[in-house]
Design a protein around this ligand. Sequence first.
Ligand code: TYM
Length: 334
Amino acid sequence: MTDKKIVFSGVQPSGDPQLGNYLGAFKGWVQRQTEKTNYFCVVDLHALTVTPDPEDLRTQTRELAAILFASGIDPYQSTLFVQSHVTAHAESCWLLNCVTPIGWLERMTQFKDKSQGQERVSTGLLDYPVLMAGDIILYDANEVPVGEDQKQHVELARDIAARFNRIYGDLFVIPEPVIPETGGRVMGLNDPTIKMSKSYSHIRGHAIRMLDEPDEIQRSFMRAVTDSGNEIRFSDDVEKSGVNNLLGIYKVITGKSESEVEKDFEDARGYGDLKKAVAEVVIDELSPIKEKYQELMSDVVELDRLLKVGAEQAESVALPKLSQMKEKMGLILS
Ligand code: TYM
């Protein structure tokens, strides 16, 4: 019997993974994987909510899995799998739909943002956080390490789990969101007032994509929006959000404290030096990941085998939990 905490987290195979995904999520998953029992999931069913091109979705699912392994997810320490390979996820979503008031979903900020101005909004987009709740609770996850933008969804998962427990009797662990102190909200380089996002990664200078070439990374950082001053320090002032973002990226990658980071730039001759230094640490961090990624993508048969092993491990946990759910709800088990 182990008393390791259980961790579940996921990422959508939609768009190119970017530095915010890496610093807000993947890096922390890798760093803490030996202390925990981990389930990491490429959530292809979630990606369907924006009707991707089918061939693109298949390609991006494998690419994202390869990026996660390349970032350091160790298949012997952690279970990494594709969501649709474990059918309990879609099934648990239906069961949880039946205990989730629709108003809870309508008030989700991400739903409001994504549905705004759309002529047609799919039921899947509204239901998205219920599928996410199923992901988490099937594994009795105690901790859900995510960036700040997913906090509201994890809180909803807590509410759904608690409501199920109240109606049908205790079954689910109530999960906690775990958000990194720095890196939980990496901002766009072209506009440091909005979150860096895969959805805008086609806009020049907005995001650093994890597979960008070093010279592209360098160029994006050199173009990053800052302010008209020259003070290199952490700050909550909106005006200094560009500099604050660059310092935050540098801090998470180097693992230094705020004062150590500020000391590194004491003798800097302006923001150009800061941008150059941040670009350098990011390039050094991402280069070996890219190399490993290319190696993994050159053997798709092996990659698929690793994902199959992951799905089998995940299913061995998720299926018994799903059966318990069904039993509590009054379904006859076949
Ligand atoms: P997704 O695919 O949008 O993002 C994956 C992870 O990256 C984090 N992230 C960021 N962190 C810091 N700064 C940013 N600019 C930034 N952009 C993205 C996200 O917060 C997330 O942790 N719904 C989820 C996927 C999901 C999931 C789950 C997560 C499905 N089921 C169960 C946890 C548990 C999503 O769309 O993440």
